[in-house]
Design a protein around this ligand. Structure first.
Ligand code: AMP
Ligand code: MG
Length: 391
């Protein structure tokens, strides 16, 4: 049995980056950028009006002003503003030469056809200065960033319409178990629906990787072996669910070894998820995940997700926040590092999710994050500050 820290190090040590490809900006959400994004322009590209109003000289705001031009956004101003003059200007339009201030239209009054006056006694300048947001040459997105909608706006603004991104790992998902039926079947007595495969499928997709569902294998050497061979051929990462613990029909580790998969660990000192298996075959990564849905969910989060992100060029830094426990927490045994699903309460405290064991899958639906308790520690007290890993 190895420690959690060793397990993650072994996985990340073997991980390699996939090659890159060029895609359309419209498909770039959640992909990981493979180059820095450098601005080819200043933003704003010119001094621009922040308001609909009148561009004039600030020294002139207590005088009545003659309107000499109307400047819509997108049009170059034609006239220079002199003393006693202004131009009507729209938000986003270019400030005319000679002006250093925009009076808000709501703070002015028309005094005849082409004259206005300011009816307040003070105003902001209301001008967004050239390059105050972005200068040409600024590095706006770093290589390895996961592209969120905000980043897509930057790609558009800087003309990166065909960004280079890392290729996505293909992840084959295979559940084992004689008791499993597909979710569209009403289970007979002694059967249950296969929920893990679909949970994993969604977890994989949420990382921006590609899920391939390979079906259910019966707890039978030939059956598992045949589906597994096909799964390994067609995927970069293989997630097997079930068949990894100590039961008579837990055949996954021995079948992996028969297929020449080099097993790098078979047990981790964590709770839940102790019987997690990890191996490699050439450039393929194979996980045997515990069949219990809560264990499978948490092990994916802790071990599989960092591997998938690393293959896509991102060193996933999980978001952690420090918050106080809302209640006492106690566990009987402390021989493993525990990961506990928790809720962030409306009072801003941490409450462990009520959770009857690793099969209790609906317990996860309200979960905001995971906290961990190290080996040797049995208790957390109300008020203790804990590190919450948001999920
Ligand atoms: P195993 O790891 O095969 O010993 O399975 C542990 C527990 O998880 C058993 O109660 C199984 O019935 C359950 N289980 C295994 N695979 C799945 C699955 N794909 N979906 C839901 N539950 C599962
Ligand atoms: Mg099983």
């Amino acid at each position: 049995m190895i420690s959690f820290e060793n397990a993650i190090n072994i996985i990340l040590d073997k991980a390699f980056e996939l090659t890159i490809e060029q895609i359309d900006i419209k498909n770039a959400l959640n992909r990981i950028i493979a180059t820095d994004v450098v601005s080819d322009i200043d933003m704003p590209p010119f001094d621009k009006s922040a308001m609909d109003g009148y561009a004039c000289k600030y020294e002139d705001i207590s005088n009545s002003l003659e309107v000499i031009e109307v400047i819509p956004a997108g049009k170059k101003p034609e006239h220079i503003i002199n003393k006693g003059q202004c131009s009507k200007i729209m938000t986003g339009a270019m400030i005319p030469q000679g002006a250093d201030c925009v009076l808000m239209v709501e703070q002015t009054q028309l005094i005849d056809d082409n004259k206005i006056r300011f009816i307040e006694n003070k105003t902001n300048k209301n001008i967004c200065l050239k390059s105050e947001d972005i200068s040409k040459g600024d590095k706006l997105i770093l290589k390895g960033t996961i592209l969120k909608p905000q980043h897509i706006a930057i790609l558009a603004t800087t003309g990166y319409t065909k960004p280079f991104v890392y290729k996505q790992p293909r992840v084959g998902i295979l559940s084992t178990g004689d008791e499993l039926v597909e979710p569209n079947i009403i289970p007979a007595i002694s059967q249950i629906r296969n929920s893990n495969s679909y949970q994993l499928y969604a977890q994989v997709n949420a990382t921006g990787s590609i899920s391939n569902y390979m079906g259910i294998a019966k707890d039978d050497r030939t059956n598992i072996s045949n589906i597994l061979k096909n799964t390994i051929t067609n995927n970069d990462v293989i997630l097997l669910s079930g068949g990894v613990s100590m039961g008579d029909y837990d055949l996954v580790p021995e079948i992996l070894e028969q297929l020449n998969v080099k097993l790098l660990f078979q047990k981790i000192a964590i709770q839940p998820g102790k019987p997690t298996v990890f191996g490699i075959l050439e450039n393929k990564f194979i996980f045997g995940l515990p069949g219990n849905p809560v264990s499978s969910f948490i092990i994916f989060e802790l071990l599989v997700k960092p591997l998938l992100y690393k293959m896509m060029g991102n060193n996933l830094t999980t978001k952690n926040i420090k918050m106080p426990m809302g209640i006492d927490y106690f566990r009987n045994k402390s021989d493993r590092k525990a990961f506990i699903p928790v809720i962030i309460s409306t009072e801003g405290t941490i409450l462990p999710v009520e959770y009857h064991g690793s099969a209790h899958l609906n317990s996860l639906c309200n979960t905001d994050g995971l906290i961990s308790i190290p080996i040797g520690q049995n208790q957390l007290n109300k008020g203790d500050i804990v590190n919450v890993r948001l999920i």
